[in-house]
Design a binder for this molecule. Sequence first.
Ligand SMILES: *[C@@H]1O[C@H](CO)[C@@H](O)[C@H](O)[C@H]1NC(C)=O
Ligand SMILES: *[C@@H]1O[C@H](CO)[C@@H](O)[C@H](O)[C@H]1NC(C)=O
Ligand SMILES: *[C@@H]1O[C@H](CO)[C@@H](O)[C@H](O)[C@H]1NC(C)=O
Length: 357
Amino acid sequence: MWLLWVALLHMLSSGICARSPRGWCEPGCDCRGELRFTVCSGALFTELPSRVSPTTELLDLSHNRISTIPKDALSRNRKLRVLLLQHNNISLVEDGCFSQLEFLQKLDLSWNHLRSLSEGFSLGLAFLRELQLSHNLLSSLDSRSFMHLDGLQRLNLTGNFIHVLHRRSFASMSSLRQLHLAGNLLTELKSGTFSMLRSLEVLNLERNHISETDVGVFKPLTSMTLLNLAHNHFTAAYFKTFLSIHTYSTHILLEGNPWNCDCDLQRVFRKLRSIQRLFLDDYYNLTCHEPPELRDYRLSQVDTELCIAETVTVLILSITVVITVLATMLMGERKRKRKKRSKHWTQQGQMSDESDY
Ligand SMILES: *[C@@H]1O[C@H](CO)[C@@H](O)[C@H](O)[C@H]1NC(C)=O
Ligand SMILES: *[C@@H]1O[C@H](CO)[C@@H](O)[C@H](O)[C@H]1NC(C)=O
Ligand SMILES: *[C@@H]1O[C@H](CO)[C@@H](O)[C@H](O)[C@H]1NC(C)=O
C-alpha cells in the first residue's frame, strides 16, 4: 500500500504528469514500483494499451491477443528496458515501431505469428541485448532484418520454419554470444554464414535437417564453446570441418544423427577424439543407422570392428602379393637351376663324346 503512496507522491513532486497514477495504469494491468513496472499479462487485450506510463521500464503484455504493433504505439515509452509480448497473435510489426526505444534491452516476441521481419524491424535497437523470436512462422531471414542490432548478445529463433540462412543474415552482430536456431528446417550450412560472429559462444542447431556443411563454415567462430548439431541428418562426419574450429575448447554434440557406421566414420571419430581442444560429449550416445545389421548399435561398441573388413581385405591382398612374389622367385630359381643342370648335362655329354674317341 505504501508503495502506491510513494508512487503517488513521486509523481506529484516530479510533476511528470498532472493526471493521477491510476490514469496511467490501464484497467487489467498491475502497475508497481513507482510505475516502473506495468504487468498486463493475460488481460485479453487485442491491441497495445494506450495508458502506459512514460516512466515504465518493464512492460509485460504476454498472453494477450494483440495482433499488430503499430508504428507509433510505443513512441511515448522511451524508458522501456524490457518489453514482453510473448504468447500473442502478432503477425505484423510495423517498420520502426521500436525505433524510439533506445534503452530497450530485452524484447520477447516468442510464440506469435510473425512470418517475416521487415528491413526496418531493428531500427533504433542498437542497445538491445536479448531478442526472443522463438515459435513464430519465420521461414527465411532477410539479410537486413537484424541490421541495427549491434549490441545483441542473445538471439533465439528456436522453433520457426527457417530453411535458409543468407550470408549476411547475421552480418552486423559482432557482439552476439548465443544463437539459437534449434527446431528449424535448415538442410545445409554454407561458409560465410557465421563469418562476423566473432563473439559467438553458443551455436545451437539442434533438431534441423542438416546433412551437409561447407568445410570452413565454423572457422570464423573463434569464441565458440558449444556447438550443438544433435538430431540432424548427418550420415557422415568430415574431419576437416571440425579441425577448422580454432578455439581454446569447444564441446560438440552430435547424437541423434543417422550415422552410417563404416570404416571412414570410425577413422574420423578416432581422429576427432584425439584433438585436445574438441570435446565430443555425447560420443558414447551416438548410434548407427546404417548398415541395417548395425542399426541402433552404439558407435562406441562397434567402432573397433568397423575397419576389420577392410583390414581383412588388405591382409588378403598383401598375402596374395607375397605369394605371387614368392612364386615368381621360386619359379625363377627353378628355371635357373634347370638351365644350369642342362648345361651340366651337355658338358658331360661332350665329355663322354670326347672320351669315345
Ligand atoms: C489473430 O489475428 C488475425 C489477424 O492477424 C485475426 O484474423 C484473428 O482473429 C486473430 N486471432 C485471435 C484469437 O485474436
Ligand atoms: C529459446 O526459446 C526456447 C523456446 O521458447 C526456450 O525454451 C529456450 O529456453 C530459449 N533459450 C534461450 C537461451 O533463451
Ligand atoms: C546420453 O543419453 C542418455 C539417455 O538418453 C542421457 O541421459 C545422457 O544425458 C546422454 N549423454 C550426453 C552426454 O548427452
